[in-house]
Ligand binder design. Sequence first.
Ligand code: ACO
Length: 327
Amino acid sequence: MQAIKILATGSYLPPKVLTNFDLEKIVDTTDEWIRTRTGISERHIVDEKTTTSDLAFEAAKIALDNAGLKPSDLDAIIVATASPDTIYPSTACWVQKKFNIPGIPAFDISAACSGFIYGLTVSASLIESGKYKHILLCGAEVMSKVVNWEDRETCVLFGDGAGACIIGKSEDGSSGIISSCLGADGTLGELLIQPAGGTRMPASHDTVDKKLHSVHMEGKEVFKHAVRTMGSTGERVLKEAGMTADDVDIYIPHQANMRIIEATCKRVKMPMSKVHIIIHKYGNVPAASIPLALDDAVRANKIKRGDIVLTTGFGAGFTWGGMVLKW
Ligand code: ACO
């Protein structure tokens, strides 16, 4: 076991709530379609001025408070996001500016919905190196500014928000990562993509007119891959931990679609009663989904020290990751 510990969690949602009924007034959709196809009833969205780093900063302040630490106690800042403030500097650097703690390393993880699990894996290695004592890991998204509000197939799916964790060493060795895996398949990148804005398709009048700076998704294909990969990743990390679903106290999946979660649970033989669901109230908040669900579960007293936590994620790239943690 990698003897690391999630010392504390925090989360932040922008106050404005956009319900499915609100969406009925924006695109040709219905509350019934969205709920039955995805499990989503509402999501939070930011105002014009708010950025991804603003949400990460608010979540991070709460996590630090819960850990009983000061910003100056941090040794690194990592932000997992698919909707950064700017391509560079990284969103993590903007969070660092808000805390006014120059000097420590700060960088982003770009692995879409799997970003938090990628970030946790990197954080664990940094902690194990002995050079870093406290790492701030955030998953933060402002998807409302990168979706096409005329595309009913994508704009109904996403939400904004941030979750944060403070990661440190497990001093008595009682907490840690029992098993983990990461994976990616860049050959399928076109299936879920924000096409323009990088060097492949720099911003132009044409890219703006064609709305290529927003999410483009082959929904059905992504759905199939998500179901297959979330299931196989869950099975793999459970097997490597020498465990079955019976040993798991709580399952925190990435939450893109309730039907993907249900199909994954079937595959890993996990009863739905062990799954902590937030998708109905937050939508798909890519890299923030898992840390938001973790904090939600902690605040609801659904996770206690010593519990076995399974988490799996899948997203654009494609990327995926899974972990069995002893809380
Ligand atoms: N309201 C009403 N009708 C709609 C809407 C909507 N919002 N969106 C699509 N439809 C219509 C379609 O046009 C289609 O109409 P047609 O039959 O006349 O052609 C019909 O509904 C059925 O569409 P499907 O694509 O078959 O719907 P499906 O059951 O596949 O659900 C969904 C679509 C929810 C997008 C699903 O495919 C999905 O969840 N995909 C995966 C999403 C995901 O996992 N994303 C990964 C993470 S995101 C990241 O990494 C950044």
